[in-house]
Write a protein that binds this ligand. Structure first.
Ligand code: NAD
Ligand code: TYD
Length: 355
């Protein structure tokens, strides 16, 4: 039976995407996820219970499972989000990034190609990647676009770049029907609190220190996850097979601007003195190899596919702070022993050095 496969659909962007497409997808949806520390069934539990999606607990590192899954379903769309996704974790332990992001993607490409057997009409493999494959920008350089050469700097970025190259080669060599998207930093509900925005929101709410790497003047181009999901839907509907699309929110801010705004919102929501939470900011030892600036030129997806982002970061933060305040149970559930171990390993020595 024909269906869509969404890998990593229990993670941050994947679960937002699953929620967005479940209402009107033209085919049944199968979500595959290994439920690593960042994957959480609670994020899509309602859809599973309502039988709007089918969930498969599986690992893309296991080729046999993928072969069996592709034998059971006639997938017309594969939307591939599953990955190890956090730069700091890739610095602490790069091997898992190669195993999942590179070998896992290879396994998925091989399973799809074996099953599709050259019958590529009406099929599409959408590979979700990152702007980090392009490296870093100086303050005055123009944003990344689809012609920017790859220059990944972190083990995470290198593993994503390798997976992009595999997808590109599958299209070039086998005519495999693939599209790659490279997006900027996402924010929104259901994001695991190891990434900057949810980490800072939760620490500020809990009165914990806010570890800002280095001078905090690094720039990111923030993209609301709902805008990202809209862009992916447009790419699935109208994208050109073999193309790549850069997707960015067009919202460049320094980390300090973002963290300070979060502090002020949390102070206001908790009834503290104005700006009180800013006292929690600590400038800690920088991330090794830290990319200074990312920015995306979304001109191609805007011009060719008619997409444009709707959300403004600063205007969206109040709702996001309220979301994290209202989802304390979800947060408690995902802060497992693994999260606490990672937090200790990543931050305890950095914060000790500043106190
Ligand atoms: P996430 O870490 O929140 O979710 C990743 C999901 O993949 C989790 O549900 C996890 O359980 C699953 N997973 C991990 N290893 C797996 C394996 N071996 N087999 C099956 N499932 C596995 O990540 P995210 O932020 O939702 O990112 C999704 C995709 O978007 C990734 O490919 C990432 O590189 C890319 N991306 C993310 C951002 C961002 O700002 N979050 C920006 C650019 C690109
Ligand atoms: P992050 O959310 O990890 O995304 P990425 O590294 O993929 O851009 O980090 C966003 C920015 O915030 C990045 O410049 C690193 C910085 N940062 C901190 O200053 N402190 C932190 O505790 C974290 C997690 C990130």
């Amino acid at each position: 039976m024909s269906a869509w496969l969404i890998t990593g659909g229990a993670g941050f962007i994947g679960s937002n995407f699953v929620r967005a497409v479940a209402a009107d997808a033209p085919a049944p949806i199968v979500v595959l996820d290994a439920l690593t520390y960042s994957g959480n069934l609670a994020s899509i539990a309602e859809l599973i219970e309502a039988r709007r999606i089918q969930f498969v607990h599986a690992d893309i590192r296991d080729p046999d499972t993928l072969t069996e899954l592709f034998a059971r379903h006639d997938f017309q769309r594969v939307v591939h989000f599953a990955a190890e996704s956090h730069v700091d974790r890739s610095i602490l332990g790069p091997r898992a990034f190669v195993e999942t992001n590179v070998v896992g993607t290879l396994n998925l490409l091989a399973a799809a190609r074996d099953r599709w057997q050259g019958n590529f009409a009406q099929r599409l493999f959408l590979h979700i990647s990152t702007d980090e494959v392009f490296g870093t920008l100086a303050a005055t350089e123009p944003p990344f676009n689809e012609s920017t050469p790859y220059a990944p700097n972190s083990p995470y970025a290198a593993s994503k770049a390798a997976s992009d190259h595999l997808v590109r080669a599958w299209h070039h060599t086998y005519g495999f029907p693939a599209i790659i998207t490279n997006c900027s930093n996402n924010y929104g509900p259901w994001q695991f609190p190891e990434k900057l925005i949810p980490l800072m929101i939760l620490n500020a709410i809990e009165g914990r220190e806010l570890p800002v790497y280095g001078d905090g003047l690094q720039v990111r181009d923030w993209l609301h996850v709902a805008d990202h999901c809209d862009a992916l839907r447009v790419v699935l509907e109208r994208g050109t097979v073999g193309a790549t699309y850069c997707i960015g929110g067009g919202q460049q801010h320094t980390n300090l601007q973002v963290v300070s705004s979060i502090c002020d919102l949390v102070s206001e929501r908790l009834g503290q003195a104005p700006r009180a939470a800013r006292r929690l900011i600590r400038h800690v030892e920088d991330r090794p190899g830290h990319d200074r600036r990312y920015a995306i030129d979304s001109g191609k997806v805007r011009r060719e596919l008619g997409w444009s982002p709707r959300f403004d970061l600063m205007a969206s933060l109040p709702e996001l702070v309220d979301w994290y305040l209202a989802h304390a149970d979800w947060v408690a559930g995902i802060r497992s022993g693994d999260y606490l171990r990672f937090y200790e390993q990543q931050y305890s020595h950095r914060l000790r050095k500043t106190s």
